[in-house]
Design a protein around this ligand. Sequence first.
Ligand SMILES: *[C@@H]1O[C@H](CO)[C@@H](O)[C@H](O)[C@H]1NC(C)=O
Ligand SMILES: *[C@@H]1O[C@H](CO)[C@@H](O)[C@H](O)[C@H]1NC(C)=O
Ligand SMILES: *[C@@H]1O[C@H](CO)[C@@H](O)[C@H](O)[C@H]1NC(C)=O
Ligand SMILES: *[C@@H]1O[C@H](CO)[C@@H](O)[C@H](O)[C@H]1NC(C)=O
Length: 322
Amino acid sequence: MQFPTNLFTLLVLSLSVGRIAAQAIPTGPSVLLTNADGWATSAVRAQGGALFGGNFNLVLSAPAQIQSKAGSKSATPKPLTKPCEFNSCPAGSPAEGSDPTDGRLNFVNSYPVDAVKYGIQTVSPLYLNSTPDFVVSGVDSGNAVGAAACESGTLGAAAEAAKEGIPSAAFSGASLHPEYFNTSDPTSANSIAASLYSNLSVALVSALFNSSARPVLPANTTLNVNFAPTSVGVAGKAKSKCATMGDFKWVFTRVVPAAKHAKDVETCGSTHLPDEETVVHSGCFATVSVVNAHTKDDVDAATQSTVLERLKPAGLFSCFKN
Ligand SMILES: *[C@@H]1O[C@H](CO)[C@@H](O)[C@H](O)[C@H]1NC(C)=O
Ligand SMILES: *[C@@H]1O[C@H](CO)[C@@H](O)[C@H](O)[C@H]1NC(C)=O
Ligand SMILES: *[C@@H]1O[C@H](CO)[C@@H](O)[C@H](O)[C@H]1NC(C)=O
Ligand SMILES: *[C@@H]1O[C@H](CO)[C@@H](O)[C@H](O)[C@H]1NC(C)=O
C-alpha cells in the first residue's frame, strides 16, 4: 500500500534523479507548508504528499527544531550550533537552509513565526513565483484547544500568515508524535494517523478553495483545526470507529466556551457554538474554530458566518449533540 508519507519523499527523489517530467507539477492553488514540530517529521512530509496529491503546488519552510510551544515568539534566525532535529542537518548549517536535493524543502533555525516569514518572503517567490495562496500549519502532534491554543506554535505560525495577508489554517492531531520521516515505518500507527490527518486537512483546504467566495478567508482571521485521537493500533490495525476519513465528523466550533449572552453564528438550531475542547474530547471529531489572528480570540458572529458560508457547500459539517 502506498502512503503519502512516501509520496513526498518519492517526489523529492524523482526530482533529484531528474525525473521531474514524469511527475506533473500540481496546477491548483499554491501552499506554503509549515509545522511547529519541525521540517523533518513524518507528519509534515505526509502533509506535503497529501497536498501534492490534492493538486496543490507547495514549498516547505519550518523550524529546524521542535518549537511546538512557541506561540507567536519571533527572533532573528541563527546558524546552527547543533544538528537539526533527528540529525536532519549538520551542526554549523546556516540559519536558513534547504534539503540538498530539493530547494523547496527549507528549515529555519528559529520560531514557527520566523519560518513562515521566510517561507512567504523568500522561498515562495523562488519556487511559486509569488506569495502562496494559502499557508497550512501542521498537522502537529497534540491538540491545541481552548485557552492553551495561545501557546501553540502551530496556531502562532498560521496567525502570522493571516497577519501578512495570506489565508491560513492551523492543524493539530491528538494521535501523532514527532518522528523522523526518513526512518519512519509507513505501516506504524503514527504514520497512518499522519496520513489520515493529512487527508482530512486537504479536504478542508480544498473545500475552502472550491467555494467561489473570495477572499478565501476574512482578513486577519485564521482557522484552528483539531483532530481527535484515531483508533489505529499497532501495525496499522483499526481498533474501532476512528480509523478512516469517513469516521471523522466535522464540527464548527469556538475556541473558548461561549459567554451566556454572547451570540455566535446561527447553525444547528443554536446561536451558541460548542467549544473545540469539549467536542474533540467527545469522540471521532474534527473541530474548526475561526480565530482572530491578532488576539487569537474567537471572532464575532458575522465573521464566523463568512467562513461557514464558504465551507457549507462541501457538506462537511455535522451538528454536535452533547
Ligand atoms: C489586518 O491587520 C493588519 C496589521 O497586521 C492591518 O494593517 C490591516 O489593516 C488589517 N486588515 C483588516 C481588513 O482589518
Ligand atoms: C535517509 O536515511 C538513509 C539511510 O539511513 C540515509 O542514507 C539518507 O542519507 C537519509 N536521507 C535523508 C534525506 O536524510
Ligand atoms: C489518504 O489518501 C491517500 C490518497 O487518496 C490514500 O492512498 C491513503 O490511503 C489515505 N490515507 C488514509 C490513512 O486513509
Ligand atoms: C472540490 O471540488 C472537486 C472538483 O469539483 C471535487 O472533486 C472535490 O470533492 C471537492 N472537494 C470538497 C472538499 O468539496
